[in-house]
Design a protein around this ligand. Structure first.
Ligand SMILES: [Zn+2]
Length: 458
């Protein structure tokens, strides 16, 4: 709770975590389990070596210290344009027509994304290859979804100027390809929110991996606190396909102490190499949406919003900003409904009354985000219920409805009063009005022919 409030920290994609782990400090000369294994701790990298018949941690070598890279801000009044940013190219394989990746141990209903020749590409198991486009027509999707997605994308495509300065804090172990796409996304997303990131503002961006516990910890000036040991340990675990944190873990906040206090901060923890770390296009914009929420609400640390409002908003705007076409956005929303139904079940959702009950359940800020089973299912469902609710509101009331509601909280200091003021209905009327649409989307997702692909996976 404290961390959530203090930092608006968001944690995504944790659906398969069940165990709670803790991080252990490395002491030279103590036992280790696998020759050649390495561990970074307290500024040194230790290697597990054979000493006689025993396996012991060696004395370690100092890790290189990398000074923060400061992105220079263009002077003389000329603003850099997003379109001028060179597009990073990730070639997982150099030829086109790669076979889609079948994850092991994570189910098989997983999408993979990459940037290739400047464009986003997706691989999904029913597809033959990585593809740049989605062939489904708009009429395949509910008109509410079409309208809501378009209202975000249109703004995304028209807001191309970045005024804020970005200060990067990058650990030496962070994977270069992932860094390139995240940095490109950050520039685009700051441009999207340009009214909240004016000239003279700074966004702190911190990137590290599970190999950098001390980096994560020393990033207190850009993070609101050290990353929980649980996440670092998960990021460090070797699995060819790390299901639990396959795309890393990320968060956003306003820096609340030190010389950067008051600035927006964003951090991303990637898996340690050689794990395959996938790019999840929704993470970066989701987190930056949290930064904007925190910039808008005065004294944000003292106000508790319903979880389905702040996480739902971040999820809706984040996913709509993150995906270049309607079909992929829609699949991502559906996928989250399916995953939650399978792994984080709360109740059957068969009627509009059930939807209303779920909306009420997912309002509650019911616990800290600390990983594992201590994260309540209601917290996970809040992302999706809020996504569907604010998708509907955005289509019905326009793009600004969410943001006007948020701004109104500065005067009302009440979520319910702000709903009434901005949307002209009570919160319970809002839930009642949106429920048929939300029910339709939940039914639709759970009826997808690829739903069972998660079950089939081991
Ligand atoms: Zn979030």
């Amino acid at each position: 709770m404290r961390k959530l409030l203090a930092g608006l920290v968001a944690v995504l994609s944790l659906s398969l975590i069940t165990a709670q782990l803790s991080v252990a400090a490395v002491t030279p000369g103590t036992k280790c389990s696998k020759a050649g294994a390495t561990s970074s701790y307290n500024g040194k990298k230790y290697t597990c070596v054979k000493s006689g018949k025993k396996l012991l941690w060696n004395k370690g070598v100092a890790l290189p210290k990398r000074a923060p890279i400061i992105t220079p801000k263009t002077t003389s009044g000329e603003q850099p344009k997003v379109t001028a940013t060179p597009s990073p190219t990730i070639n997982l394989k150099t030829n086109d027509g790669d076979a889609p990746i079948r994850p092991e141990g994570c189910g098989i209903g997983t999408f993979y994304y990459r940037i290739n020749e400047g464009s986003m590409e997706r691989s999904f198991f029913p597809d033959e290859n990585f593809t740049k486009v989605d062939s489904r027509s708009e009429s395949t999707f509910h008109p509410i979804r079409v309208k809501a997605f378009k209202s975000v994308r249109e703004r995304f495509l028209s807001n191309r100027i970045i005024q804020a300065r970005i200060q990067n804090n990058i650990s030496p172990t962070f994977p270069a390809e992932l860094l390139a796409v995240l940095q490109k996304q950050l520039i685009e997303n700051i441009a999207f929110w340009q009214e909240y990131f004016p000239t003279g503002s700074t966004v702190q961006a911190t990137y590290f991996t599970g190999d950098d516990p001390e980096f994560a910890d020393n990033s207190k000036l850009t993070m609101s606190g050290p990353l929980e040991p649980y996440f670092l340990e998960e990021l460090k675990r070797f699995k060819k396909y790390n299901c639990s944190l396959g795309s890393g873990v990320s968060g956003a906040h306003l820096v609340n102490k030190g010389p950067n206090a008051g600035q927006s901060g964003y951090w991303f923890g990637a898996n340690s190499s050689p794990q395959v770390t996938y790019w999840a296009p929704g993470y970066q914009p989701h987190e930056l949406t949290h930064s904007v929420q925190a910039l808008i609400v005065k004294d944000v640390f003292s106000f508790t919003y319903p979880v389905n409002f702040f996480e739902g908003g971040a999820e809706f705007f984040g996913l709509a900003m993150g995906f270049t076409n309607l079909g992929w956005y829609s699949d991502e929303v559906d996928k989250r409904i399916i995953e939650k139904d399978l792994n984080e079940f709360i109740m059957d959702i068969k009627s509009t009354n059930d939807v209303i009950k779920m909306l009420e359940i997912t309002e509650v800020n019911s616990g800290p985000i600390s990983g594992g089973s201590s994260v309540p299912n209601a917290m996970r469902w809040a992302y999706t219920m809020g996504n569907l609710l604010w998708e509907w509101v955005t289509a019905e009331y326009g793009y600004e409805a969410y943001w006007n509601t948020l701004k109104s909280i500065n005067t009302t200091r009440s979520y319910e009063q702000s709903i009434q003021k901005v949307l002209g209905v009570s919160k319970s009327e809002l839930y009642k009005n949106a429920a048929p649409y939300i029910l339709f989307q939940i039914n639709s997702a759970l009826g997808k022919d690829w739903k069972n692909s998660w079950k089939k996976g081991s």
